[in-house]
Design a protein around this ligand. Structure first.
Ligand SMILES: Cc1cc2nc3c(=O)[nH]c(=O)nc-3n(C[C@H](O)[C@H](O)[C@H](O)COP(=O)(O)OP(=O)(O)OC[C@H]3O[C@@H](n4cnc5c(N)ncnc54)[C@H](O)[C@@H]3O)c2cc1C
Length: 404
């Protein structure tokens, strides 16, 4: 008899887990997936491209309905899991249904953080996390609409770009002194700012938002320095919070995310967590590659293999047409590291490779990102780089030819 395996969350991590389980342990589990969003799992990464009008929403679907059916996965979407009873091993859904499990996986992702300031709930103040958000932002934005995007990280920049491309007049507001400070150093950040401005987006750095103002809907954004910008819409992209409340209420250990060990198991050995809702060795990842790596490890474990998850390297690409930005690992360079730097402002190219003890540990690339995958591979594998160190800043082709 197949063991009942329930997955809460029908996002990217859940889809990858089902795909891997179908290959490694077909028939061993009767899988049921519970999704709050009212559609099949889709590629969330593509939402920026959907907003920019480069990809139709229909192309974001990860797997067609037949794929799930053929693999015997029972899908229940449009109703959230509201409670988990660990002693009776039951999940309760918002529509009143209940599912029994022998093993349970939380893959509930994160939600966008709302700013805790006055006016945050006004109509016209939106977040950027799911297909419904993209549809409502796109509906409201047209040529000449004034929009303030709060948050100059990856999502805020991509939202600002998509809106500007649709003809909106966009102001991008960021609290810090450079864009994408969690992925870029000061030099790459300043080159990025110029490129974003060249797309017609006004960028305000070191600007703290104090409140959204409006009578019945947003009319302006007020900043701590007293400035006020009139606007018809605000998009808030200031960070994410793991969806861990249901897990916490069931008695599982939760810090920022649901705490898991190297087996991706929570403090209850038959309950697991993967993707953005999981906290592993104190880290909650906000990217898809770690979610995929965790799904692969968990599928192997559920198939009976003794594998472990040791953490992931963070790596990011910005999806703004004509602006090539890549960052991975220790991009700032902690004490004890050295940096190899190449910069040609005229060409709009900047590369910084961070090395420690003869190995690559981080990189920032701006302009020329052709070798990003190679650098990432060197960081992930931790191979010794001394033989190519002299030339690696000039790219793989030259470095490998000269090292041979
Ligand atoms: C606009 C945008 C652009 C991005 N670009 C990139 C990028 O370029 N590169 C990158 O690596 N990452 C990117 N990301 C992040 C990436 O999408 C996430 O890291 C990835 O989706 C995480 O997968 P997940 O399965 O953990 O969470 P999700 O994909 O968010 O899936 C979680 C699902 O669980 C559901 N859920 C939550 N609670 C419940 C409940 N109680 N019951 C049932 N269902 C529930 C949610 O509704 C959601 O559908 C981007 C994200 C956004 C929003």
């Amino acid at each position: 008899m197949s063991e009942p395996l329930v997955i809460i969350g029908n996002g990217m991590a859940a889809a990858r887990l089902c795909e891997e389980l179908a290959q490694r342990a077909l028939g061993r589990y009767a899988i049921a997936v519970i999704g709050e969003e009212p559609q099949l799992a889709y590629n969330r990464i593509l939402l920026s491209s959907v907003l920019a009008g480069d990809v139709p929403a229909s192309e974001t679907l990860l797997k067609p309905a037949t794929w799930w059916r053929e693999r015997g996965v029972t899908l229940s979407y449009g109703a959230a899991a509201t409670a988990v009873d660990l002693s009776s091993r039951k999940v309760t859904l918002a529509d009143g249904k209940a599912l029994s499990f022998a093993k349970l996986v939380f893959a509930t992702g994160s939600r966008a953080i709302r700013l805790p300031i006055a006016g945050a709930e006004l109509p016209g103040v939106r977040t950027f996390r799911d297909l419904a958000d993209v549809a409502s932002i796109a509906n409201a934005a047209s040529r000449g609409t004034r929009v303030v995007v709060v948050g100059g990280g990856l999502l805020g920049i991509e939202a600002a770009y998509g809106l500007a491309k649709a003809g909106a007049k966009v102001t991008l507001v960021h609290l810090m002194d450079r864009l994408m400070e969690r992925q870029l150093d000061a030099r790459a950040g300043s080159m990025l700012k110029r490129a974003v401005e060249a797309k017609g987006i006004e960028v305000l750095l070191e600007t703290a938002t104090s409140r959204f103002v409006g009578d019945g809907r947003i009319e302006a954004v007020e900043f701590k320095d007293g400035r006020v910008i009139a606007t018809e819409m605000a998009v808030v992209a200031v960070g994410i919070k793991p969806n861990a409340e249901v897990a916490a209420a069931s008695g599982l250990a939760v810090n920022r995310g649901i705490i898991v060990d190297d087996q991706l198991s929570t403090n209850e050995s038959s309950v697991f967590a993967i993707g953005e809702c999981a906290e592993h060795r104190g880290v909650c990842y906000g990217l898809v590659e770690p979610a995929n790596e965790q799904a692969n490890v968990l599928a192997s474990r559920l198939a009976g293999r003794d594998v472990h998850y040791a953490g992931s390297v963070n790596a990011t690409n910005l999806k703004v047409s004509g602006v090539h930005v890549f960052s991975a690992g220790d991009f700032l360079g902690a004490a004890g590291t050295e940096s190899i730097v190449f910069c040609d402002r005229g060409l709009g190219t900047y590369k910084k490779l961070v090395v420690a003890a003869g190995r690559m540990v981080g990189a920032v690339l701006y302009g020329d990102t052709a070798d990003a995958i190679w650098y990432l591979e060197l960081i992930r594998t931790g191979v010794e780089i001394e033989s190519k160190r002299e030339d690696m800043i000039f790219g793989r082709a030259l470095a490998e030819r000269l090292a041979a």
